[in-house]
Design a binder for this molecule. Sequence first.
Ligand code: 13P
Ligand code: SF4
Length: 362
Amino acid sequence: MNVSIQPHAADKTVSPSDLSAAARKFGILEMPSLDYTPEVAAATASIYDKVSHVIPEIEWPIFAPAIHAINRLKKERNAVILAHNYQTPEIFHGVADIVGDSLQLAQEAARADAEIIVQCGVHFMAETSKLLCPDKTVLIPDMKAGCSLAASITGADVRRLREAYPGVPVVAYVNTSADVKAEVDICCTSSNAVDVVESLGVGKVLFLPDRYLAQWVASQTDVEIVAWHGACEVHERFTGEELRAYREADPSVRIIAHPECPQDVIAEADFTGSTAKIIDWVKDHNPPKVLLVTECSMADNIASETPRVEFVKPCNLCPHMKRIQLPKILDTLVNMREEVTIDPLIAERARRSVERMVNLKH
Ligand code: 13P
Ligand code: SF4
C-alpha cells in the first residue's frame, strides 16, 4: 500500500492545503479492496466466532473485508483503536485494541504508545483522550457523535453556578465538553463518582450535568449534592414500572442498571454500576437471566463470554454511539479524519480536572 499525499479519493479537486493537518502530517492512503476473499475469511474466522450470536453467517461477507482492512491499516498507521462498551459487536470484537467504560478508556489513552488514537465512542471521549495525550493525533470516525449530557451545559453555565454557590467545589461528569471541564475542579465517571465527591473532603459539592447520576451519588454519600438538570436521553427513558412488569413475569430475573437511570429504575435494580462494573458483575455472578437496563450493545458484547446467561433487553439505542460504523472507521484510517483539536488555553485548564481524577488514589 502506498503512503502519499493525495487528494481525497472522492474529490480529486482537493488541493494538499485543503487536507486536514493530520492528513498533511501522515499522508492519505489508497482505499483497500473490500472483496470477501478466502484470505479475508480465514483471517476473520476467530472474530466471527465471537459475534456469531448477533451477526448471521450470511451477513459476515459484508463486515469481514472492512474489519480485515482496518486491522491491517491500524498497524500500518501505528494507530490504536479505543472502543466504548456501547459500540456494536463488529467494532467491539472486530477492530478494537482496547475496550472499556469511560474511565478505562481515559486511563488507557494516557498509557497508549501509538502515534494515533482512533476513538470509537462519542466526542467527549475523544476530547478526553486528546486532553490526556496532547501530542498524539486523535481521530473520531464521526464528529457528530455527541451526547445529550454534554450538550446540556456550557462553560458559561458553570461560571454562573460558581457565582451562585461561591466556594462550593464543582465536580463534572466526563460526559461534558472541554469547555466545561476547563471550569470545574475535578472530573468523574460513573465508576468513580462517589470516590471523587468524597475525595474533596467538603460537606457540599456542585455535581453536573446529570441529575440522575447526581441523585444516585447522593444516595451513596453524606456529602450534600447540588445537581444540574441534564439527563442521558437513552437512560432516562427506562421506567420503574416496566422493570416491575418484567420481575412479575419472572421473579428470578436479576436487574442491573446504569446510574444514569432515573431513581425509580435504580430502586428496582439488584446492582447499579458503570458499564465496566456491569460487565464484571455479570461475569462474576453468571445469573441464569439478566435484564440489562442500559444501551443495547452491552448485552451483545458480553454474550460471547457469558454463554450461560440469558439476556433480557428492554434496551435503548444511543443514536450518537451508533454513528460510529466500520466504513467510517476505515475512512478515518485511510484519509486521517476527523481530527479532534482543542483550543490550547481551554485544554490546559480542562486537562487539570481530568488528570486530577485519573491520578486519584482509591
Ligand atoms: P460508562 O462510563 O459507564 O461507560 O458510561 C458512559 C456513558 O456514556 C453511559 O451512557
Ligand atoms: Fe451520552 Fe447517554 Fe449516549 Fe452515553 S448513552 S453517550 S450518556 S447520550
